[in-house]
Design a protein around this ligand. Structure first.
Ligand SMILES: [Zn+2]
Length: 248
């Protein structure tokens, strides 16, 4: 086995772990935006409900005022009764009083309905306010959790990088350079396994002769198609790397 290849496989394993952690953080900004949007939407609902309450209160006050005005008019009409001289005027005034009373009664019915609406609106607004307070606290808690998770992920990535540095110290400088070059060109995978005669990264077949050489595991080899470092994963020393780093 090539010790240098083992180092490369280790580097790649650590690189894969780093990539997985980075990926787990990709959704965080979107997650924060969604949480904010959900909260704003609810806040909007509360504002609307409060506006409805205020509007109903205003109408209620206006109706109460109308009742008071009508009652004052009714009082004036009644006080005129004693001054009436003829029957026709008397009948007309009685009719006026009757109409006024009917108007007042209608307004009072309306006022009562409005009072009932106000009662339920008040209850709704109170419940929404409580919910808003609860949601606000929940939002803060979730945001803090996301930040905390982010901090943990960053710490893990930093740890993986320090492990990579230790491996790099032992890696041949030429291979190090090549490792970096492949990473620059090929993204996060520079070292790849060959399974069933196929390169796991580019999914192309290796010539049979190459496959035999690879299984012998004597020298550093590259995929003839994607030019990544290749290794035979069934060799125990490579599967052990996975076990060594499993809990990082
Ligand atoms: Zn390949």
């Amino acid at each position: 086995m090539s010790e240098q290849l083992r180092f490369l496989v280790e580097l790649q394993y650590l690189e894969d772990k780093k990539a997985a952690y980075s990926k787990s953080r990709q959704g965080a900004p979107q997650q924060l935006t969604t949480l904010d949007q959900e909260f704003s939407r609810f806040e909007g609902e509360v504002v609307l409900k409060k506006a409805e309450l205020e509007h109903t209160q205003k109408i209620h006050r206006a109706v109460e005022q109308e009742i008071a005005d009508l009652a004052a008019k009714l009082k004036r009409t009644r006080s005129r009764m004693s001054e009436i001289k003829n029957n026709r005027e008397y009948q007309a005034t009685l009719k006026e009083i009757e109409d006024r009373q009917k108007e007042i009664s209608d307004r009072e019915d309306h006022a009562l309905e409005l009072m009932e609406t106000l009662e339920s609106l008040n209850l709704e607004v109170k419940a929404l306010d409580r919910d808003l307070t609860r949601r606000k606290a929940e939002l803060a808690r979730q945001k803090q959790q996301i930040e905390q998770d982010g901090g943990q992920v960053e710490a893990r990535i930093a740890h993986l990088e320090s492990l990579q540095q230790q491996v790099l110290k032992r890696l041949d400088p030429e291979l190090h350079q090549r490792w970096q070059l492949i990473l620059q060109r090929q993204g996060t995978t520079a070292v790849t396994a060959v399974e069933h005669g196929i390169c796991r990264s580019c999914h192309l077949n290796l010539p049979p002769q190459k496959l035999i050489e690879l299984q012998r595991d004597r020298e550093i080899m590259f995929c003839p198609h994607c030019h990544r470092f290749i290794y035979w994963p069934d060799h125990e020393q490579y599967s052990m790397i996975r076990d060594d780093y499993e809990n990082l």
